[in-house]
Design a protein around this ligand. Structure first.
Ligand code: M6R
Length: 614
């Protein structure tokens, strides 16, 4: 939700900011803006509703001078996504500029107080209130700009990652964070500030991840200084980035989403590389090694997540219950955190998150931590907030996911959940050696099987063509394929804006069957396995009502082929791993339909990749 970027050094700030904003655009694309400090007397501010490219077009030939600047790409919370509400926001005298990712919850009270003191506000945003508060402290108390920022932050409630520049101190950027991420890149006599490392990686690999309630004073002449908002000095901990620049490019694909779908063989391979070996018969997740005993003896596993990651959690429930025989609850983080749930010390809470920054998932984790539960993370972004708050965990190693619709992040989450459940099942003796070894072989075969499956892309595109104008769609599955029905429906609705529902196949007759007519495409996972016959009966029920069946079947299946309108074959695998393979055709169907409907596949309307506000 919103991306912020900043630069101070000897280069021209403008190209760095614009490139950085383009990289962060996945976080929000309602409006964009920059402030460039040309010199102590000249501060240029440009803001525009729309995308970063709209901002660039708007700036045109205007002055883009200056070696210091900040920028913002917005996902609107307070106020319409128009030019006025776009960041940066500025103080009454226009001398202080601020960009913000997060929400200032008590902005209304502060706004009233500042209004009494003579401030007037141009925008509907919470952010403008914060910059006026900083100005008030700065002018009235005569303190330094960093002290004014620190004092002001002590007055606000909510979440923030901010970057502030001030005409009086043109060699400094002041930044701070609480519950919204912020990274500082440390170069040679130059510094970068950003919501994540993607705008920084091409300039320097040395970064400092700011912690909650820390303020960084980035000074071109005097280096980087970090203090807490309680004014305690902190030594900056510089880490080296593993991220590669090529991972952030489209690499010849038309969209990031398609590239990321095609990266799944590699991503899944990376998620288990060095963690299992079928010929030697072992699985070992280094990140949870020290906690295996605790997980194996847990009374209960609670999986918390949002969106697609929640669907992965649902698949995880089948895995842990089936393979490790531990009771599991899967919770929407946003519901869990406000429900006064019973959490016990012997519970293991697993957070699943691509970004590792989702606000609700973070808040739910903090709550579970306070109750003494053991916290594990299954996270993609290395060094993210969730990876840092959890006691242990396993990265998914999917690599950067830029498309807003989650694809490779999901299949790698499911892969890691399967490995965890297998490792714990092995430890508890709840999985036979035969099944364990067979699963290892099947896991190792997954990348090759997905590669084969991706060869059906053109054929799947043909099916997409037939259903591209549908207004509604149903997705059905049973057992661990039910979460895949949910995920298939989410993918279709979020990128093509077709209304879609996912249901357990047998639930259909309890209501949704009323929707079925000759116009309704029904996507069904009907692979060979324990539910096969039952699903075939459910397909017959749809056909009897003239619904259109698009079935995902195991290669070589003949029975479903005969009754389905269309079928998509996936390679045969253990039933446990069907969710991973069955996901891919639905990703491709959604992708092609969205392209045919001329939707913005990588940046669907109203969405943002990283939901750092509740
Ligand atoms: O970064 P996270 O995995 O925590 O994000 C959770 C959801 O916001 C995310 O999965 C969202 O549902 C995606 N748009 C789905 O494609």
């Amino acid at each position: 939700m919103c991306g912020i970027v900043g630069y101070i050094g000897n280069k021209k700030a403008y190209p760095v900011l614009i490139k950085g904003l383009s990289r962060l655009e996945y976080r929000g694309y309602d409006s964009a803006g920059i402030a460039l400090l040309e010199n102590q007397d000249k501060l240029n501010v440009y803001k525009r509703a729309g995308k970063v490219q709209d901002l660039v077009d708007y700036i045109g030939d205007s002055s883009t001078e200056g070696n210091v600047g900040i920028g913002h790409t917005r996902w609107a919370t307070h106020g319409l996504p128009n030019d006025t509400n776009a960041h940066p926001h500025f103080s009454s005298d226009g001398n202080i500029m601020l960009v913000h990712n997060g929400i200032i919850e008590n902005y209304d009270i502060i706004k009233k107080e500042l209004t009494k003191r003579g401030h007037s506000f141009q925008t509907e945003t919470d952010t403008e209130v914060l910059v006026h508060l900083i100005e008030e402290v700065y002018k009235k108390s005569g303190v330094s700009i960093e002290e004014a920022v620190r004092t002001s932050l002590n007055e606000v409630h909510g979440a923030y990652a901010i970057a502030v520049i001030c005409k009086d101190t043109p060699d400094k950027i002041i930044c701070a964070r609480k519950s919204s991420p912020l990274v500082i890149g440390v170069g040679e006599d130059e510094y970068y500030v950003a919501s994540d490392a993607t705008p920084i990686v091409e300039y320097t690999k040395n970064v400092v991840y700011l912690e909650d309630e820390q303020i960084a004073i980035v000074d071109k002449n005097n280096g980087l200084r970090i203090i807490s908002i309680a004014n305690v000095e902190v030594s900056p901990y510089i880490q080296e980035l593993e991220l590669q620049l090529e991972e952030l490019e489209k690499g010849g694909y038309e969209h990031f989403m398609l590239k990321e779908i095609y990266e799944q063989p590699r991503a899944i391979h990376d998620s288990f590389r060095g963690r299992l070996n079928a010929s030697e018969g072992w699985i070992s997740l280094g990140g949870i090694k020290d906690y295996e005993e605790q997980i194996a003896n847990a009374d209960r596993i609670i999986i918390i997540a949002c969106g697609t990651s929640w669907h992965a959690g649902l698949v995880g429930e089948y895995y842990f219950e089936d393979l490790a025989r531990i009771p599991v609850e899967v919770e929407y983080a946003s519901e869990f955190r406000y429900r006064n749930p019973v959490i016990r010390k012997n519970d293991v809470v697993i957070a699943v998150s691509q970004s590792g920054e989702t606000a609700d998932t973070m808040a739910a984790l903090k709550m579970a931590k306070a109750e003494g539960a053991t916290l594990l993370g299954i996270v993609n972004v290395v060094g993210s907030s969730i990876s840092r708050i959890t006691d242990a965990g396993s990265y998914t190693h999917a690599g950067p996911e830029i498309g807003v619709a989650s694809t490779k992040a999901f299949t790698t989450q499911v892969t890691v959940l399967a490995m965890m459940a297998m490792a714990i099942g092995k430890k508890r003796g709840t999985i036979s050696d035969k099944r364990f070894n067979n699963l290892l072989i099947e896991m190792e075969a997954l990348p090759t099987k997905i590669e084969k499956l991706l060869k059906s892309n053109d054929y799947i595109q043909g099916i997409a063509e037939i259903y591209k104008d549908a207004s509604n769609a149903l997705f059905l599955g049973r057992g661990s394929a039910f979460p895949i029905a949910l995920e298939g429906a989410l993918k279709l609705k979020e990128i093509s804006y077709i209304h879609a529902e996912g249901y357990p196949a047998a639930e259909m007759k309890h209501g949704p069957i009323a929707l079925i007519d000759e116009e309704m495409p029904v996507f069904v996972i009907a692979t060979k396995g324990p539910h096969y016959e039952k699903v075939v009966s459910n397909i017959q029920e749809v056909k009897a009502r003239k619904g259109k069946i698009i079935a995902v079947v195991t290669k070589g299946d003949t029975a479903v082929r005969e009754i389905a309108d269309h079928f998509i074959e996936i390679p045969d695998t253990d039933d446990v791993l069907v969710p991973i393979l069955a996901t891919v055709p639905f990703q491709l169907i959604s992708y092609h339909i969205a392209v045919m409907r001329e939707c913005n596949v990588d940046q669907p309307r109203n969405l943002a990749k990283s939901v750092t506000v509740e």
